[in-house]
Design a protein around this ligand. Structure first.
Ligand code: LLP
Length: 416
């Protein structure tokens, strides 16, 4: 944790911040490649790391992953195209398509490139089977329980649409259509608590043994969180790995086949690498509340309004002053025409203060740990264009996505 903090501190020097603000304006996303590499190293004991690109799908981030021997998960045709553009070769299980449905265009693509499909529904298996004999498939199992940092990120149990409830039925469809079952996958949710880990491992063991079919891979799914608040701890990866490794060995020995263990993280690899920089445009005292209005809203970062997620904030004072600013209770709000466009929001509570050194007009706000589900979930709401993404590598800043222009944003509609 401290190490990550130091890497970020090294990047966010006064000189660098002034350079970034001047060159790219605000709001902007910045990613620190050193932090991504650091996180990858922590998972190196797993046989395969498969990056859940939905967390941070910029092609240059995907390229970085590929160069580190990471494989890739894709959940749409767009994500398959991104992976191909980033140089992932479809052979050797490098790209896996995970979904609960398969549209015709995607089906054509996965067949053409022989991309294995991690199937979350029986209908999907049938659709593939009717078109492509021996296509490599995984079964995504819903183990009948789930977890997650929010009800909307829990992907197991009967209240979730994800995964296959009855893997035996899936196997009979696989046999009927002569598909090639290569792996079993369980992902119970995003932001999972490790106290459920033994339950997940037991479920994987139970299903693998019941299916009695030789497989090449098992996947632990993603879901590992990061410490968003300073008092939170990073999960014990050693223990996490060792429980999964034991599970793999047990299944291997019972099924008498050699199995590779995959992990499929998104947030763990990218969240801490990213920051969002925005500028303070107005400070309003409304009764007892002080609102600081910045120029980035939930069109950029939707996590606070969607899940009540917490992100650390620091203030960058453009004008240097020796005077220490006193801490005051502040509400950070955003520019959209919607009352919930407040950054310091709590689950179901719009107004929530942070005690922070007094902010002044022209200051900049740094919103931390936004490298996962930040940019990738942003939208054009309120007709605000997508903002630039910058990658920090080898002490340099490289623009990996430029700011969208209003003209580009409107171009889809100017047909007639
Ligand atoms: N594998 C599967 C099948 C998934 O559905 C996901 C995330 C992952 C892996 C990666 O999960 P991670 O390691 O990033 O937790 N927008 C939410 C998170 C939704 C995650 C959706 N699926 C958020 O901002 O917290």
């Amino acid at each position: 944790m401290t190490h990550i903090y130091n890497l970020q501190k090294k990047m966010l020097t006064r000189k660098n911040l002034l350079f970034l603000i001047k060159k790219y304006k605000t709001p902007i996303w910045i990613y620190n490649s050193e932090i991504i590499k650091k996180q990858i190293k922590k998972l190196k004991k797993f046989d395969i790391i498969r990056f859940a690109q939905k967390s941070c799908s910029n092609i240059h981030i995907l390229k970085l992953m590929r160069k580190k021997n990471i494989k890739i998960d894709a959940v749409s045709l767009g994500e398959i195209e991104r992976a191909l553009l980033a140089g992932f070769k479809p052979k050797n299980n490098n790209i896996v398509f995970t979904s609960d449905i398969i549209e015709n265009k995607v089906l054509k693509k996965v067949i053409k490139y022989k991309i294995p499909v991690n199937a979350g529904s029986i209908d999907m298996l049938k659709k593939i089977g009717k078109k492509s004999l021996k296509h490599p498939v995984w079964i995504r199992i819903n183990p009948k329980f789930g977890d997650g940092h929010h009800i909307k990120t829990n992907t197991g149990g009967e209240n979730s649409k994800h995964g296959i409830w009855n893997p035996k039925k899936a196997l009979s469809v696989i046999k009927k259509y002569k598909l090639n079952l290569i792996g079993l996958h369980i992902h119970i949710g995003s932001g999972i608590k490790t106290k459920n880990l033994h339950k997940v491992c037991n479920a994987m063991k139970k299903y693998a043994i019941k299916l009695k079919t030789k497989i090449k891979f098992i996947s632990a799914g993603g879901g590992i969180s990061i410490p968003y608040k300073s008092k939170e701890k990073e999960i014990n990866i050693k223990d996490y790995f060792s429980q999964w490794d034991k599970t793999k060995k047990k299944i291997s020995s019972i099924l008498n086949c050699s199995i590779q263990l995959e992990i499929e993280p998104g947030r763990f690899l990218t969240a801490q690498s990213g920051i969002l920089i925005a500028k303070v445009y107005a400070i309003k005292k409304m009764g007892k509340n002080i609102f600081v209005l910045i120029n980035s809203g939930f069109n950029d970062l939707i996590r606070p309004i969607l899940y009540g997620s917490y992100h650390k904030i620091t203030v960058f004072h453009k004008k240097k002053s020796k005077k220490k600013r006193k801490k005051i209770k502040t509400i950070f709000a955003e520019p959209l025409c919607e009352s919930g466009d407040v950054f310091t929001i709590k689950k179901n509570e719009i107004i929530f203060h942070r005690k922070i050194p007094q902010v002044k007009l022209g200051d900049y706000i740094i919103i931390h740990d936004t490298g996962a589900y930040g940019s990738s979930m942003s939208s054009n709401y309120n007709s605000r264009p997508f903002i630039p993404e910058i990658l920090y590598k080898k002490n340099n800043f490289v623009q990996i996505r430029r700011r969208q222009t209003i003209k580009e944003m409107l171009s889809l509609e100017t047909l007639i």
